[in-house]
Design a protein around this ligand. Structure first.
Ligand code: TXA
Ligand code: MG
Length: 532
């Protein structure tokens, strides 16, 4: 299919778009929030074509767009006075109201639900096209399902060229995030999706409202939802996204300490500190962040970055909408760098006795977090698993669980494979480590210890205030490994050879603990613990 490119300022083009829509076609139209992929809302087949073009799950209903209040009564079971009150205050504008539907709304539009979401957009082009078409328009955001929502005709073309009849170019969307969704079908009404109209504004009209927990939290697997759209992974670029909380200084130090390439998605004026950066709005201006956010996510892919670390926006006002979209694009992965407890990195060659030292530190009031355990937990994360499947093939999953042996076989076959595995797992490992560090603080521990054989090769190093290596003579380590793992001298030697030399650890550490047989470990450890 050839997709026509139409211009909002051409009256003939508006007429053309309306004609396509009346004839059951699909047209992407500009709205003040994001671009919508429109079809005649009374035409079930046309609505079905939207799902096909977007690759959207069938149970995820579409919003019906009108240009005046008079168009509403036939669409709903009855006109709720609260709908009228909301309309008077916020329409035309970025608000969708859900209310019981009439028979005229096809199941394909409502996703089989007995309610319908209605919105009156304020964008003059959207208004003109609805009027000219003479029918209400069912329209989801005009992105391919799962991708960031489109805020320009260019974004729509990236996802939809060749799949729909036409795109009407009306410039950049003004708000930049989708409408606020409130349902009147619950008591009190429930905010299902934050957007341009804030909870406070809604309460002025409706009195008490509740905010769906799905606004902030990941749904449990199989959980029943009020808004089917909440179930799906959303707004995601191909790159893996992680949210970073804390000051700019903390963000900067953390990003600059990353061993692999990352893209900084930050606020205006901050980008110059990084090799790859995209600024998505001004730090204290949620409106500018809303406007730039989806564009920034698409830009991450355009720059060819595999990982993006995003500065966390303030979550008040329209900032709540930005934060909600960011949480979904990051599969809810947040790292809070505002760490309130000292962090000790503990490492050393195999057989040097790192575990003995970490056990002694645990006994003395330190919380020890073991990187091997974190790495195992990281690959239990749903999003990490799906990224691993994309990288290494779907068959690293057997009977619904990750086959770690098969994954290791594929990943460690090449240096590129190992690097790809690290890129995918490190942000989640870091998140888990930081979670342990915060837990150590809440538990009143003196410090958190990150026990990691690959401390200096991993991103964990950047979290540490003090780095300690445990060393022991080669012969001592050899004997310990043979005994611990019941292996031959040759095999033990092979393992030792695969590691970095002792000097590497010594040079990178603040403190070196000597753990040969007969060394006084107690005194060495007390010298450290005395500092905390
Ligand atoms: O700003 C917007 O709302 C944009 C523009 C194009 O108007 N549209 C938009 O549509 O964002 P969409 O389909 O991408 O998101 C609509 C969300 C979905 O999560 C869907 O599950 C939910 O609204 N929704 C629609 N009708 C619903 C209903 N009857 N009950 C519960 N949720 C509903
Ligand atoms: Mg959408």
């Amino acid at each position: 299919m050839k997709t026509l490119l139409l211009k909002a300022e051409n009256t003939a083009d508006i007429k053309k778009a309306a004609e396509i829509l009346r004839n059951g076609g699909l047209v992407a139209i500009p709205t003040e929030t994001v671009y919508g992929l429109a079809a005649n809302a009374f035409d079930g087949d046309a609505a079905a074509a939207i799902f096909a073009a977007k690759g959207r799950p069938q149970d995820n209903p579409l919003i019906v767009h009108v240009s005046s209040f008079e168009e509403i009564p036939p669409l709903v079971k009855e006109v709720d006075p609260r709908l009228k009150a909301l309309a008077e205050k916020f329409w035309p504008g970025p608000l969708t109201v859900i209310t019981p539907k009439s028979q005229l709304i096809p199941d394909a539009v409502s996703g089989g639900l007995d309610t319908v979401g209605i919105r009156m957009p304020s964008h003059p082009t959207a208004q003109a096209i609805i009027k000219e078409a003479g029918v209400p328009l069912a329209a989801p955001s005009a992105n391919a399902s799962g991708r960031p929502s489109p805020t320009s005709a260019q974004h729509v073309a990236e996802d939809m060229d060749g799949r729909i009849d036409a795109i009407v170019d009306g410039g950049k969307s003004d708000v930049g995030v989708e409408s606020t969704i409130i349902t009147l079908a619950t008591t009190p009404p429930t905010l299902l999706r934050p957007g341009g109209i804030t909870p406070e504004q809604l309460e002025e009209v409706l009195g008490e409202i509740q905010i769906s927990h799905a606004v902030f939290e990941q749904l449990a697997e199989g959980e029943k939802v009020q808004s089917p759209g909440m179930k799906y992974k959303h707004y995601s670029p191909a790159a893996q996204v992680t949210i970073i909380k804390g000051s700019f200084e903390q963000y900067k130090n953390f990003l600059l300490a990353q061993k692999d390439e990352v893209c900084a998605v930050c606020f205006c004026g901050e980008g110059k500190n990084f090799t790859k950066a995209i600024e998505y709005g001004a730090e204290n201006d949620s409106f500018s962040q809303a406007k730039g956010f989806f564009d920034a996510l698409r830009e991450v892919d355009a720059l060819g970055c595999k990982r993006a670390f995003v500065r966390c926006p303030a979550s008040s006002g329209i900032g709540l909408a930005v934060y909600n979209r960011l949480l979904r694009s990051a599969a809810f992965r947040e790292i809070d760098l505002d760490i309130k407890i000292p962090v000790i990195g503990l490492t050393g060659q195999t057989g040097a006795g790192k575990s003995t030292v970490s056990a002694m530190l645990a006994e003395r009031g330190f919380l020890v977090s073991d990187a091997d355990i974190l790495a195992r937990r990281a690959v239990e994360n749903r999003e990490v698993i799906s990224l691993l499947c994309r990288e290494f093939g779907d068959d690293v999953i057997k009977d619904g669980v990750l086959d770690r042996r098969e994954l290791a076989r594929r990943a460690f076959a090449t240096p590129e494979g190992s690097q790809a595995l690290n890129l995918i797992t490190h942000p989640e490992i870091t998140r888990l480590a930081v979670e342990d560090i915060h837990a150590a603080h809440s538990l009143g521990k003196k410090a958190a210890v990150l026990d990691a054989a690959l401390l200096f090769e991993s991103c964990l190093e950047s979290l540490c205030d003090l780095k300690i290596s445990v060393v022991a003579d080669e012969e001592t380590r050899l004997e310990r490994i043979m005994k611990r793992d019941s292996i031959s001298r040759e095999d033990a030697l092979l393992r030792m050879k695969a590691q970095k030399p002792e000097q590497y650890y010594i040079e990178k550490s603040d403190i070196v603990i000597n753990n040969n047989n007969g060394s006084d470990l107690n005194t060495q450890i007390e010298n450290i613990t005395d500092k905390f």
